[in-house]
Design a protein around this ligand. Structure first.
Ligand SMILES: Nc1ncnc2c1ncn2[C@@H]1O[C@H](COP(=O)(O)OP(=O)(O)O)[C@@H](O)[C@H]1O
Ligand SMILES: [Mg+2]
Length: 400
């Protein structure tokens, strides 16, 4: 037997697995690295976060990604070069983290690598009859496996699409396994570049679980800041938005898009929510002269209202629910103030009370997917009618 197959077989049978979860979202702010220990697999799996760090990307890295990210005119040679290069950068970050944490790569069973999304093209966005849902993450797993010596599970989203999903959001699986509680309806809201949430019914019925994007989280605000405030990447602590006031006409134009009228679940990306989207809304609402501060105040409110509208559509039937927030947007005080005021029925918490720090959650969820792919895979989400086909996801890359 190939020694790597034997090794994987042994890992699959272990009572405990040490897995590094990696996440780099549409914000392209840094790589989230979560070292996790799983005792078993499946629903309610005991998990411990042993170490976590977000390693901020260097300017050069951000520049390279920005050259291709969600761009229809991206240079194919550049995409090809980046596929291996990003993986090598990620591997170097992992090796540094392990050194810093005093852990040897031999003590890590698996890496779960999301890769860097460069284009998300569900059919609802590309509208091309003959093509199905599509998405592309680069940063190939083979390079990570070889450079770290650790078996790497990567490229999770393709199986989801192959099984009938849109390739996103994948949070439903890990949210269900880690955070479901009998008798408590929970909403796990993640505000990254794009905002999404998972609804976890207190009934624990997997076929009632679902997960959807709600629209822009930070991506549109970030894009506006990056364009108009060179050197800044986001509206830190909402300093700029807080100085402006909401322009109601612009807000209405921003909300006037078919995406918001479509049923759940649905996914989107910066391919839609970008500066052209803002410019078009400004033109339609005759607000092209709105100041930067007012634009930011309006974009901030736009994220909050579309998040709250989606949550209310799912959980606003009078039943109490707990709302657990994660993702970088939770550090935006104005955004959170809006969301709290728009969701009076929610009891607001963050995942720290569930022993997973909110900034680590997404990376942990990918570690859960790898744990399931190798050592679990027995969870059935019914017919998959909620966009959650019952599949295990991820491709296996072996070291040398
Ligand atoms: N202190 C803060 N004030 C305002 N926004 C913040 C703050 N910290 C993080 N963010 C926002 O969170 C984003 C990163 O969120 P993250 O969850 O890492 O998203 P992604 O999964 O897309 O990488 C940043 O780009 C920024 O918009
Ligand atoms: Mg991030």
């Amino acid at each position: 037997m190939n020694k790597n197959i034997q090794r994987l077989y042994d890992i699959a049978g272990k009572a405990e697995r040490i897995i590094i979860g990696l996440m780099s979202g549409t914000s392209v702010d840094g790589l989230d690295v979560a070292l996790c220990r799983f005792s078993g697999a499946g629903l309610d799996v005991p998990i411990r976060l042993l170490a976590f760090e977000t390693v901020a990307y260097e300017e050069d890295f951000k520049k390279e990604i920005a050259a291709v990210f969600s761009r229809r005119d991206a240079d194919l040679e550049k995409v090809t070069l980046l596929n291996g290069w990003i993986a090598q950068q990620h591997a170097a970050i992992i090796n540094d983290c392990l050194k810093k944490w005093g852990r040897s790569p031999a003590a890590v069973d698996l890496i779960a690598s999301h890769g860097q999304t460069i284009f998300h093209a569900p059919r609802r966005l590309h509208h091309l009859e003959k093509f199905g849902n599509a998405t592309l993450q680069i940063g190939d797993g083979d390079h990570i496996a070889v450079a770290t010596g650790i078996i790497t599970i990567s490229d999770f989203r393709q199986k989801h699409i192959a099984a009938g999903g849109e390739g996103a959001p994948l949070a439903a699986y890990g949210d269900f396994l880690l955070f479901s509680r009998k008798g408590e309806n929970r909403i796990m809201l993640n505000i990254g570049g794009i905002a999404n949430f998972t609804y976890l019914p207190g009934s624990l019925h997997a076929n009632e679980v679902f997960c959807t994007d709600t629209g822009t989280g930070n991506t549109l605000m970030d894009a506006f800041i990056r364009k108009n405030y060179p050197g800044k990447y986001f509206d830190e602590n909402a300093q700029i938005a807080s100085r402006g006031s909401i322009n109601e006409a612009l807000l209405a134009a921003l909300k006037d898009h078919e995406f918001f009228a479509q049923g759940f679940p649905k996914t989107t990306g910066p391919e839609l929510f970008n500066l052209q989207y803002l410019d078009r809304a400004k033109q339609r609402s005759q607000s092209t002269t709105v100041s930067n501060e007012d634009t930011m105040a309006t974009l901030n409110r736009f994220s909050a209202e579309t998040i709250a509208d989606a949550v209310n559509a799912v959980a606003g039937n009078g039943q109490p629910f707990s709302l657990f927030v994660s993702g970088g947007g939770m550090h935006n005080p104005l955004l959170m103030e809006h969301i709290v005021s728009l969701l009076p029925g929610a009891s607001l918490k963050n995942t720290a009370v569930l022993d997973i720090p909110p900034d680590a959650k997404e990376a942990v969820l990918f570690a859960v997917l790898a744990n399931e792919a190798v050592g679990g895979g027995n969870i059935h989400f019914g017919s998959g009618r909620n966009g959650i086909p019952g599949v295990s996801m991820g491709k296996i890359s072996f070291p040398l």
